[in-house]
Write a new protein. Structure first.
Ligand code: AMP
Ligand code: ZN
Length: 114
């Protein structure tokens, strides 16, 4: 999608601090980190929100979690623990409409989330 912020990041039209990339997934540091480690893991395919995920996207969506595990190992917090979050829709706080898995670590994360 031409006017999607995260599609532009994948293309390199907007700079990002990349932490991981494979054929399906791109991951980068969140510009407004809310934890010592805060990354966004996104599919290279444009999918706006969970509501739009199709049966055929199941493998792509699963790759986001494989990437999360790989990043956690690379960054050294796999054993300590981490949280993944995907917001869907405005009430959940979704502000960028290209699905993204937040990966958070490096501090105590309270439950339930706000
Ligand atoms: P959400 O509120 O779940 O839609 O998350 C969107 C996230 O994208 C927020 O945590 C923002 O800080 C982050 N974000 C927005 N623009 C950029 C950008 N240019 N580079 C990195 N992260 C961004
Ligand atoms: Zn997009």
């Amino acid at each position: 999608m031409t006017d999607c912020l995260f599609c532009k990041i994948i293309k390199g039209d907007i700079p990002s601090d990349k932490v991981y990339e494979d054929d399906t997934v791109y991951a980068f540091k969140d510009i407004n980190a809310v934890a010592p480690h805060h990354y966004l893991i996104i599919p290279k395919q444009h999918i706006a929100m969970i509501n739009d995920v199709q049966d055929g996207d199941a493998k792509t969506m699963g790759r986001l979690f494989v990437a999360a595990k790989n990043i956690a190992k690379q960054q050294g917090f796999a054993e300590e623990g981490y949280r993944t979050v995907m917001n869907c829709g405005e009430a959940a706080g979704q502000t960028v409409f290209h699905v993204h898995l937040h990966l958070l670590a490096g501090r105590d994360l309270s439950w339930p989330p706000g």
